[in-house]
Write a protein that binds this ligand. Structure first.
Ligand SMILES: C[S@@+](CC[C@H](N)C(=O)[O-])C[C@H]1O[C@@H](n2cnc3c(N)ncnc32)[C@H](O)[C@@H]1O
Length: 237
């Protein structure tokens, strides 16, 4: 009975979200979002929110678990011309929502890391249910992770605070010196934008709006450097 009630409440939330998106003029993305959600329900995939307290993490370094995978991320990746020589890592991969979307693209290698072993276990379970078997997962603090040399895409969905971002950027710049290559950072909800601009050789490339559409007009670039939903940075060597 409880199971049925939970199912009804999920469907009601889904309909509520769809209506609010339609009212916001986002009707194009609604069907894709609904299909994405139905697929998660059918396969019993857990991408539910987990608070910082439930994760047992420090508020000074970390952000809670929230999914960013789905049609908006897919739309961003579609615009990047991903090919079989590309490799991507999700720093703070949580339950693997973004990785599930990466798996639709022809990446040579897909990896994720998270500080929480519980999140890694849920991600592994999700991948098993979806038969995604070409990923590598690591459990560690992103600030201590040095094996970045084989990745040319770095994905982050606002996973941690300024101090960790400084450590990550320092490790990434060391990696670029060791193994010169073009590296692209995809940073969603880019709260630590200024850390990237200040402490690294990465350049701000472009921004995507909350529908995953590229913001074309360079006149607005300055404005969107402070307000965009997803930022892209690149360093070419
Ligand atoms: C906002 S969620 C992002 C989930 C996933 N990337 C996605 O887009 O669906 C942030 C995740 O970062 C993890 N995290 C927080 N601080 C971290 C750190 N210092 N090192 C590694 N992971 C961290 C949290 O456990 C949480 O699962």
């Amino acid at each position: 009975m409880n199971h049925v009630r939970k199912g009804i409440s999920r469907v009601a939330r889904l309909i509520g979200y769809s209506i609010s998106e339609a009212l916001n003029g986002n009707s194009r993305i609604i069907w894709r979002y609904l299909l994405f959600k139905i697929n998660l329900l059918v396969h019993r995939i857990d991408l539910n929110y987990v608070s910082i307290e439930d994760l047992g993490l420090s508020e000074k370094r970390s952000i809670w678990m929230e999914n960013s995978g789905g049609p908006i991320l897919e739309s961003i990746l579609n615009q990047l011309g991903i090919g079989p020589t590309d490799s991507i890592i999700d720093l703070g991969c949580g339950k693997g929502g973004a990785i599930i979307t990466f798996a639709k693209f022809p990446f040579r290698k897909i990896a994720g890391l998270d500080i929480s072993l519980d999140m890694i276990r849920v991600a592994q379970d999700n991948f098993l249910k979806l038969r995604i078997d070409n990923t590598e997962l690591y459990c560690c603090d992103a600030g201590n992770f040095l094996d970045l040399d084989e990745f040319n895409y770095i994905y982050m969905f606002n996973p941690f605070k300024f101090q960790v971002m400084e450590e990550v950027m320092s490790n990434l710049c060391d990696s670029a010196m060791r193994n010169p290559r073009s590296i692209t950072i995809i940073y969603r909800n880019p709260v630590c934008h200024k850390v990237i601009m200040k402490n690294s050789t990465f350049k701000f490339l472009t921004a995507f709006d909350e529908r995953g559409e590229i913001i074309l007009n360079p006149i607005y670039k300055k404005l969107y450097e402070d307000t965009g939903d997803t930022y892209l940075y690149r360093q070419d060597n």
